[in-house]
Design a protein around this ligand. Structure first.
Ligand code: SIN
Length: 304
């Protein structure tokens, strides 16, 4: 079978497939469906210093070709995660990516200070500057290149762990925010988090989601994500992890040709939890049939 191992900077992954943050909790529930060690990595649910109950009311809505979520960073808090979930992730055999969220610069700094002593169990910190469902931090910081550069450079001083900055597509110029992350000392960028959207109940004329808006994910966002990966690939020196609408092995190939070194998969696994098993087999077959190393596909886009 073909070689599908890849590298994201200094992080070696046995496969390009990473479970996207927020779509697998910490991976535990999925372990009953398949052996998680086939995965390149698992990205944890977005964690905060204090536990969060998340947003009240209706938090998900189906849409054509995708879904909206407004979970609001429900999570048990970073200390609980370290005590109860980090070892499970480490023992899964997949790389451990910890998604770090916050409402202020101080929150991100406290999070990295709390996680750094556990660095022997962590492969990368995914700094979530992109959740669209909270009023402060996250996407508010991640929409402003200066703020991205500032917080990335502050976090860089606190840890040697790879810093992957997860960016929002809800900006005019994704190159500007990606370049700001690079200038701040990021090791990689993750493109893209969800697109902000809304659905309306025509009977009540109220938004379906109690938070009014939510983040749109699923197959429909894939062309947006691929365009952003391709644009950033032309200007960045650091690697890109692609994310958005991946549902089969051909989607993975598209992202890698556009410039991604690895990919995250999420919404499609909510429909078919063991999908990574099929995609892994298909990628191995593709590499073997075409006599190539998957990692050599990254950034091979031939533009017109
Ligand atoms: C949420 O918890 O609201 C979604 C998290 C994210 O988009 O990063």
């Amino acid at each position: 079978m073909g070689d599908i191992s890849v590298k994201v900077g200094s992080v070696n992954l046995k496969s390009p497939l990473i479970l996207a943050s927020g779509t697998c909790n910490f991976g535990r529930e999925l372990a009953e469906f398949y052996d998680l060690s086939i995965l390149g990595g698992i990205s944890s649910k977005g964690l905060t210093i204090k536990p969060r109950a998340g947003n009240p009311g209706v938090r998900v809505a189906e849409c054509d070709s995708g879904m909206l979520n407004s979970v609001g960073l429900q999570n048990p808090g970073v200390e609980y995660f370290i005590e109860n979930d980090l070892d499970f992730m480490k023992n899964s055999g997949a790389a451990v990516i910890v998604n770090v969220a916050g409402h202020s610069y101080e929150d991100y700094i406290d999070m990295v200070k709390t996680l750094d002593p556990h660095k022997d169990k962590i492969d990368a910190l995914e700094i979530n500057l992109s959740c669209p469902n909270v009023k402060e931090g996250c996407m508010t910081i991640g929409s402003d290149p200066q703020a991205i550069k500032y917080i990335t450079s502050e976090l860089r001083k606190l840890t040697d762990l790879p810093l992957w900055i997860k960016l929002t597509p809800n900006v005019t110029d994704i190159k500007a925010t990606a370049l700001a992350a690079q200038a701040g000392g990021a090791d990689a960028v993750v493109l893209i988090n969800t697109l902000m959207g809304m659905r309306i109940d025509i009977r009540t004329r109220r938004p379906v989601l109690t938070n009014n808006t939510g983040g749109y994910s699923g197959p429909a966002v894939k062309p947006v994500a691929i365009r952003m990966v391709a644009e950033c690939s032309q200007v960045l020196d650091i690697p890109i992890v692609g994310c958005g609408g991946i549902a089969d092995y051909k989607d993975v190939l598209e992202f890698m040709i556009a410039g991604a070194s690895a990919v995250e998969i999420g919404t499609a696994c909510l429909v078919h939890p063991a999908l990574p098993v099929d995609i892994t087999a298909d990628l191995e077959k593709y590499c073997s049939d075409n006599d190539l190393l998957l990692k050599d596909l990254t950034g091979t886009l031939q533009r017109w």
